[in-house]
Design a protein around this ligand. Structure first.
Ligand SMILES: [Zn+2]
Length: 224
């Protein structure tokens, strides 16, 4: 449990403070700037492994000495490219169509990218400039999490393919987590699906007024 908490903390160091200035080497040098987290630990920990390229993709398994050859090296989603992190989470057409749907859902312009880091930046800054980086990180992480989930469904043949439901699953999950983040501030799933920006702005306004209310209460208490 201690290790998981460390990993979670590390992820938010990575995602929480993404900087516009250039990355140093291959590492994602993002400063920590958390104001509360919108996703549960399991998604944070997944994100930490994704950011550091520590997920057990077939490419990584081979690097660790697992003997995989031919078709066994192929991407679990499309079976056409070698399963490296940038392929699986970005350049794979099966993954890319999901990012496009997510980006369009947020009313943003689609830009072709070739690394998962690029996708993360686009969402964290794109959504971040509208309603805060924390929301951008949440949408990035949950979308990536569902791509990995579907990959595992296909690789381990656990259940029926969820391809057609992916966007809806992302919307339902993020709605649940986001609308439960602040008690008293709620919007419907339909509102979230049709206008996520306005819902996120509403959440921000609510959090701000709640903070002000709490400060006023403290102030009144200190006077009485
Ligand atoms: Zn693929």
């Amino acid at each position: 449990m201690g290790r998981e908490q460390d990993e979670e903390k590390e992820l938010w160091k990575l995602l929480g403070n993404i900087q516009l200035r250039k990355f140093v080497g291959d590492n994602w040098k993002w400063r920590y700037e958390a104001e509360g987290r919108l996703v549960p630990s399991k998604v944070s920990i997944f994100g930490w492994r994704l950011c550091l390229d520590r997920l057990p993709t077939r490419g990584n398994l081979q690097k660790k000495g697992v003997n995989l050859q031919g078709d066994n090296m192929m991407c679990g989603l499309c079976k056409k490219g070698v399963e490296e992190v940038d392929h699986l989470f970005c350049t794979c057409m099966e993954a890319w169509v999901v990012w496009v749907k997510t980006i369009k859902w947020w009313g943003m312009e689609v830009v072709m990218l070739d690394t998962v880091k690029g996708v993360a930046e686009m969402l964290i800054y794109g959504i971040g400039s509208l309603v805060g980086k924390e929301m951008g990180a949440c949408i990035f992480l949950v979308t990536a999490w569902y791509l990995w989930y579907r990959r595992n469904v296909l690789v381990f043949q656990r259940e029926e393919d969820i391809k057609e439901q992916l966007l809806e699953l992302i919307q339902v999950k993020t709605h649940f987590w986001v609308s439960n983040k602040v008690a008293g501030c709620a919007f419907s799933l339909v509102q979230w699906q049709s206008n996520p920006r306005e819902c996120a702005r509403e959440l921000k306004r609510y959090k701000k007024s709640l903070k002000m209310f709490n400060q006023q209460q403290k102030c009144l208490q200190s006077l009485s």
